[in-house]
Design a protein around this ligand. Structure first.
Ligand SMILES: [Zn+2]
Length: 413
C-alpha cells in the first residue's frame, strides 16, 4: 500500500516534469544557408611545423600575409614562446571561403592543451584550452592467435582507438616483463584479460591509464597481476597470492615496445654455424637500446669473432648474460662497470656475422649456455606480509571480481 502510494507520487512528479519541459519555448534555430549547412563556407587546412621552421613561416605557407602571420604569432605572447615550439607540432588553419582569409588557427601543443588564435577584424587574440579527458574503467579479453598485438587489437577494437590498442599491448607486456617474453613465449590458444583505465578526449581519442589487474593464460595456466600501491606510493604488481611479479631477471633484453616495428620478421638468414647457435635472436632496428636483464658487473665489452661487438655481464648465482652484434655500447660501459636491471647498456647493430640488425642473446649458467626461457624461470618473489597483505587482499578481491566480468565498461557498484 505504502509502495503503491509512493509509486503514484513518482509518476505524478515525472508527468509534471515532462509537461513543464514541453512548455519551455525552444529557441528557433537561425536560418542557415545551404553552403553553411554543408560546411562549404569555411575552409580548413592541417599542417605540421617543419624542422627549424618558424610558426610565421608556416602560416605564410598557409596563405596568411606576412604582417598578418606576424600579428597572429605575436598574440601568443605570454602563453607560449614561439621560438620553443617543437618541430612536428600540428597546426590547423581555418578561414572563410568568401574572403579566403584565415580567421582561426589551432596549435595542438600536446594531448592536453590547445592554443586557439582567432582574428576579429585585424586583431588576433589567443586563448589556451585544456582538453578535458574523461576516465572510466573497462575490461577487455583477447585470444592470442599470432601475438599480443593482434590479440589486443581484436579485443579492443570496439573500445579503444588504434593508438590506444597498441599502448595497451605495451602496458600489458610491461606488467609481465619479469615473467613472460611477449615476443616469443605466447602461442595460439593463449589468452589475455585486463582491467584498466581508459581516458577519452572530445575527439574520441583514447589513451591508456593504469592497468589495475590482468590475467595471462598460457598453456592452461593463468598468471594474474593485481596493481597494489605500497605505503611509500610505489605501485607494483602481485599475483593473487600476494607474491610480487618482480624477479631478479627481466625476461627479455629488449623492451617489447621497441621490437614492435619488426614483429613477424624475427626469422632472418644467418650464416654457417650461426644457424646452430644456442642463443636467442631478436630482430630490431639498428640503434634500439639493449637493457641488462639483471643487476651485475660488466666482464667483457669489445669485439669477439662472429659476435662482433659483444657485451658480457656477470650476475649473481653463476649467471652470465651475453649480448652480441652490437652497434656500440652505452656511455660508461666497460669492463668492471656495475649495471642495474633494466639499464641501457648497448645498442642493437649488425657487427660480426650478421646479415641484418638483430640482437644475439645468451644466458650462461656456470659457464654453460642455457635456454633463457627455462634458465630465467626462477622467481625471487617476495610475498607481502602483515598489514600490507591484508590491504592487498581487499584490493585484489575487488580487482579480480571486476576482471572476471564480461568485457566492456565497468559501472561503479
Ligand atoms: Zn644469434
Amino acid at each position: 500500500m505504502r509502495f503503491a502510494r509512493r509509486a503514484a507520487i513518482v509518476v505524478v512528479a515525472v508527468v509534471a516534469a515532462v509537461l513543464a519541459l514541453t512548455r519551455i519555448p525552444r529557441p528557433t534555430p537561425l536560418a542557415r544557408s545551404p553552403a553553411e549547412r554543408l560546411g562549404l563556407d569555411r575552409w580548413h587546412a592541417s599542417d605540421t611545423l617543419g624542422q627549424g621552421e618558424s610558426l610565421v613561416a608556416l602560416l605564410a605557407r598557409r596563405g596568411l600575409e606576412a604582417a598578418d602571420a606576424a600579428m597572429a604569432v605575436q598574440s601568443l605572447h605570454g602563453l607560449v614562446d614561439d621560438r620553443r615550439i617543437p618541430a612536428g607540432l600540428q597546426v590547423n588553419v581555418h578561414g572563410d571561403t568568401a574572403s579566403a582569409r584565415a580567421t582561426d588557427v589551432e596549435l595542438l601543443l600536446n594531448d592536453d592543451k590547445v592554443i586557439r588564435l582567432h582574428r576579429d577584424g585585424e586583431v588576433w587574440t589567443a586563448t589556451e584550452e585544456i582538453i578535458p579527458w574523461v576516465t572510466d574503467t573497462l575490461v577487455v579479453r583477447g585470444a592470442v592467435h599470432t601475438n599480443l598485438y593482434d590479440a589486443v587489437d581484436e579485443a579492443g577494437g570496439a573500445f579503444l582507438s588504434k593508438g590506444a590498442r597498441t599502448q595497451l599491448a605495451w602496458e600489458i607486456a610491461d606488467v609481465y616483463e619479469y615473467r613472460v617474453d611477449m615476443s616469443r613465449d605466447l602461442q595460439d590458444g593463449d589468452s589475455v584479460r585486463v582491467l584498466f583505465e581508459r581516458a577519452t578526449n572530445p575527439s574520441n581519442v583514447n589513451r591508456i591509464g593504469r592497468i589495475l589487474a590482468a590475467g595471462l593464460e598460457r598453456g592452461g595456466q593463468e598468471i594474474t597481476a593485481v596493481r597494489f600501491v605500497h605505503p611509500d606510493g610505489k605501485a607494483e604488481y602481485f599475483d593473487e597470492k600476494g607474491k610480487s611479479l618482480r624477479a631478479s631477471f627481466l625476461r627479455a633484453p629488449l623492451s617489447f615496445r621497441r621490437i614492435s616495428s619488426v614483429f613477424g620478421r624475427r626469422k632472418h638468414p644467418i650464416l654457417g654455424i650461426w644457424r646452430q647457435h644456442a642463443g636467442t635472436d631478436y630482430s630490431a632496428a639498428s640503434g634500439t637500446p639493449v637493457r641488462s636483464i639483471g643487476d651485475g658487473v660488466v666482464i667483457y665489452a669489445g669485439r669477439k669473432g662472429g659476435y662482433g661487438n659483444v657485451l658480457e655481464i656477470r650476475h649473481r648465482n653463476g649467471f652470465v648474460t651475453r649480448y652480441g652484434h652490437l652497434r656500440g655500447f652505452a656511455k660508461g660501459i666497460r669492463r668492471g662497470t656495475s649495471v642495474t636491471q633494466g639499464q641501457t647498456v648497448a645498442y642493437v647493430g649488425m657487427t660480426g656475422l650478421a646479415t641484418g640488425p638483430h640482437l644475439h642473446f645468451e644466458v650462461l649458467v656456470n659457464g654453460v649456455q642455457r635456454n633463457p626461457s627455462t634458465a630465467l624461470r626462477q622467481s625471487a618473489a617476495v610475498a607481502l606480509g602483515g598489514r600490507e597483505r591484508a590491504a592487498f587482499d581487499s584490493v585484489a578481491r575487488v580487482a579480480l571480481a571486476e576482471l572476471g566480468r564480461a568485457p566492456g565498461v565497468m559501472l561503479a557498484p
